[in-house]
Write a protein that binds this ligand. Structure first.
Ligand code: FAD
Length: 385
C-alpha cells in the first residue's frame, strides 16, 4: 500500500470483493456497453452502497473518508465506480433536506437495495454548465407538480428507481436572483416513464449509460418536493463538496492503477536488451505521475476529514477534484506511452481506463469551473462569468 493509505481493513475487504470482478469482467461490459449488474448487486449486499446512510435508516453510517476509499478501491482494481457512485452522493440531498417522512419512506429501502437512487437530473441542452439558466419547469397544480422540459446526459436512468430532479418552480422574471425559484424533487422513475417521461439513450466514449430525457406534463406528487420550494439550487450546491471528494477518490484509484501497471510493464518489458524502465525517458514520467497521485491524495484526505468534522471544505474539495483528475489523466498518458502499441490494444485495459479517466476533466464538474471557483471564492478575484 502507498504511504498515505489508511483504513487497511476496509481496503483489504474491498480488494477481496473487487477480486471477484477481474479486469476481463469490466472489459466485456465495456465492449457490450452493459451495466455491471452483478458487481452492483455484490456491492449492495456487502452494504457498501449504503455506506453514507446513517445506521438508524439501515445504512453503514460510514464517514466520507471511508466512502471515498470504497470508490477508490473499485477504480484501483481496474473497475469503474461510475455506474454506481451516484447513490452515495445523491442520497445526501434526501438525507440533509428531506422531511422525516421522506427519509423514513426511502432511506431504509435504498440502504437495503430494494430501491436504487442512481439518477440525478440537472444538466440541460441549452443551459449546460450555467445551471441556474435551466428551463425545465415544475408547476404546482393541487396536490402535484406538472413537469415539462428536457435534460441531457442523465446517467443510470435505466438502472434506477428514483431520480433527484432540479426544475424551475418560479419563472426567472419573478425572482431577484437566478439561483432562486429552483426546486428539487424525488421522481419515481417507474411511475414517470411511459407517463409523460421519455428517454433516449446517448452512446458515449465510455461504458456509462446516459440519456436524454423529455418531460411532457409529467406529474410528480407534491409530497415528493424535497425541502422548501424555491431553495433547490442551494440544496444541490450543498451536495457538491461530497461529490467532488468522492470523484477525487475515484481519480486517485485510477491514478494508482495506471502507475502500478506502468511500473510493472516498465520492469518486465525488455527492448534493446534491457528493461524499458531503465531508460529515464520511461522511468521518470512514471515517478512524476506517482508523485502527483500521492500529492493529490493528501488533498483528498484533507478535504474528506474536514467534511467529516462538519467544517467548511469547499476550497479543499474543489482542489482535491482538480488535482486528482489531473493526476489520473497524467498517469493515464504515462501508462499509454509505457505500453507503446500494446496500450491501444483492448486486451490490456489501458485504453479502456484511459477513456474512463478522461471523463473527470469534464464531468461531473469541468476543470474550468473549479479554477473559476478558486479564483473567485478563494483568491477574491472578480467573477469571470
Ligand atoms: C458521461 C457523462 C455523464 C453525465 N452524467 C450526468 C448526470 O447524471 N446528471 C447530470 O445532470 N449531468 C450529467 N452529465 C453532464 C455534465 O455534468 C456536463 O456535461 C458538464 O456539467 C458540462 O456541461 P456541458 O456539457 O453542457 O458543457 P458546456 O457548459 O457547454 O461547457 C463546455 C466547455 O466550456 C467550458 N465553460 C463553460 N462556461 C465557462 C466559463 N464561464 N468559464 C470557463 N469555461 C467555461 C466548460 O468548462 C466546458 O469545458 C454527464 C456528462 C457526461 C459526459
Amino acid at each position: 500500500m502507498a504511504p498515505s493509505e489508511s483504513h487497511t481493513g476496509l481496503r483489504l475487504a474491498m480488494r477481496a470483493l473487487c477480486q471477484q470482478f477481474p479486469e476481463s469482467y469490466w472489459r466485456e461490459l465495456d465492449q457490450q456497453r452493459a451495466y455491471p449488474e452483478a458487481f452492483v448487486h455484490t456491492l449492495m449486499e456487502a452494504g457498501y452502497l449504503g455506506a453514507l446512510i446513517p445506521r438508524e435508516y439501515g445504512g453503514r453510517g460510514m464517514s466520507l473518508v471511508e466512502a471515498s476509499i470504497i470508490l477508490e478501491e473499485i477504480n484501483r482494481s481496474g473497475g469503474n465506480a461510475g455506474p454506481c457512485h451516484a447513490q452515495m452522493y445523491t442520497m445526501g440531498t434526501l438525507l440533509r433536506h428531506g422531511s422525516q417522512a421522506q427519509k423514513q419512506a426511502y432511506l431504509p429501502k435504498i440502504a437495503s437495495g430494494e430501491l436504487r437512487l442512481q439518477a440525478f437530473g440537472v444538466t440541460e441542452p441549452e443551459a449546460g454548465t450555467d445551471t441556474t439558466s435551466i428551463t425545465t419547469t415544475a408547476v404546482r397544480q393541487g396536490n402535484r407538480y406538472v413537469v415539462n422540459g428536457r435534460k441531457i446526459y442523465i446517467s443510470r436512468v435505466q438502472h434506477s428507481d428514483l431520480m433527484i430532479l432540479l426544475a424551475r418552480t418560479t419563472p426567472l422574471d419573478h425572482v431577484k436572483k437566478k439561483s432562486e425559484g429552483l426546486s428539487v424533487f424525488l421522481v419515481d422513475l417507474r411511475a414517470a416513464l411511459g407517463h409523460g417521461l421519455t428517454m433516449k439513450p446517448i452512446r458515449v466514449m465510455i461504458n456509462n449509460e446516459t440519456n436524454e430525457l423529455l418531460f411532457d406534463r409529467v406529474e410528480v406528487p407534491a409530497e415528493n418536493l424535497i425541502g422548501e420550494e424555491g431553495h433547490g439550487f442551494r440544496y444541490i450546491l450543498d451536495g457538491m463538496n461530497a461529490e467532488r471528494i468522492l470523484i477525487a477518490a475515484e481519480c486517485i484509484g485510477d491514478g494508482r492503477w495506471f502507475v502500478e501497471r506502468a511500473t510493472q510493464r516498465a520492469r518486465e518489458r525488455h527492448v534493446f536488451g534491457r528493461p524499458i524502465g531503465q531508460n529515464q525517458g520511461i522511468q521518470f514520467p512514471i515517478a512524476q505521475a506517482y508523485i502527483r497521485v500521492e500529492a493529490a491524495d493528501l488533498m483528498r484526505l484533507r478535504a474528506a476529514e474536514l467534511f467529516d468534522r462538519g467544517e467548511p471544505c469547499g476550497p479543499e474539495a474543489n482542489m482535491a477534484k482538480l488535482l486528482a483528475a489531473d493526476a489520473s489523466w497524467e498517469a493515464a498518458n504515462v501508462a499509454m506511452q509505457t505500453y507503446g502499441g500494446y496500450g491501444l490494444a483492448v486486451d490490456y485495459d489501458i485504453e479502456r481506463k484511459f477513456r474512463e479517466t478522461r471523463l473527470y476533466q469534464v464531468a461531473p464538474i469541468s476543470t474550468n469551473l473549479i479554477l473559476a471557483y478558486v479564483g473567485e471564492h478563494v483568491l477574491g478575484l472578480p467573477r469571470s462569468y
